[in-house]
Design a binder for this molecule. Sequence first.
Ligand SMILES: C[S@@+](CC[C@H](N)C(=O)[O-])C[C@H]1O[C@@H](n2cnc3c(N)ncnc32)[C@H](O)[C@@H]1O
Length: 228
Amino acid sequence: MGVRGWAAAGTGAAAGAVLGWAGRRGEPLVDLDPVWVGSGARAAIQRRYEAPTLRRLGGGLDGGAALEIGCGRGVGARLAVEAFGAGTVVAVDVHPDTVQRAAAAVDGLPAGVVSFSVGDATRLDLPDASVDGVFDYHTLHHVGRWRVAVAEVARVLRPGGRLYFSELTRRATNSLPLVVLTAHPRQDRFDTAELVAELGRHGLDVGDRLVEHAGGAWVLGAAVRRRG
Ligand SMILES: C[S@@+](CC[C@H](N)C(=O)[O-])C[C@H]1O[C@@H](n2cnc3c(N)ncnc32)[C@H](O)[C@@H]1O
């Protein structure tokens, strides 16, 4: 084996050892996810690519009521108003610190349009069929019981309402770099077909309103809540 061969074998062995270690411990070496989620680059992608793409796929909300699950720094809640025309937005995140910081993202919007609160996507504190649009920017893949969250989203959406999603599939979450550098649930993650099928089981039809990137590691789409 030449030098390159040894180098490749060494890299592979090191990667395997790290993956094995991370897998056994169930912990990453570091968790860079919060750094990424709080970065200007993340906000720029949300603003310049994800929101326009989701709007093209699923249309606007025309003054309707929106919910965002896993609002993080709050950019999605602002975009629900500015890019989708939502009249009101309830934005929830399971982490209280995150919710407290998110309020700054809606500075300058009229008071009362967006409200942030601590909330769990698997137990939404909203009545059945009460919202016109739900935004999921990279949250479902963080939720252990993501199927329960899908059922909750379907429950709170009005017939004809839309779920807008931008999600990482297990091709991303269970890849070596993300296993080593981020904390995500790794069990029972979804690929695009499984996500679309689970949405369909709960009356949320995606059809051709779907865009995939990075070989299916990143998927954006809009699902319409079936009537009846
Ligand atoms: C990768 S971050 C995405 C944040 C933001 N939506 C974005 O795109 O930048 C995932 C967010 O989901 C939140 N989250 C995780 N599990 C949740 C749950 N069960 N219910 C609500 N939020 C949750 C996390 O606290 C975190 O803010």
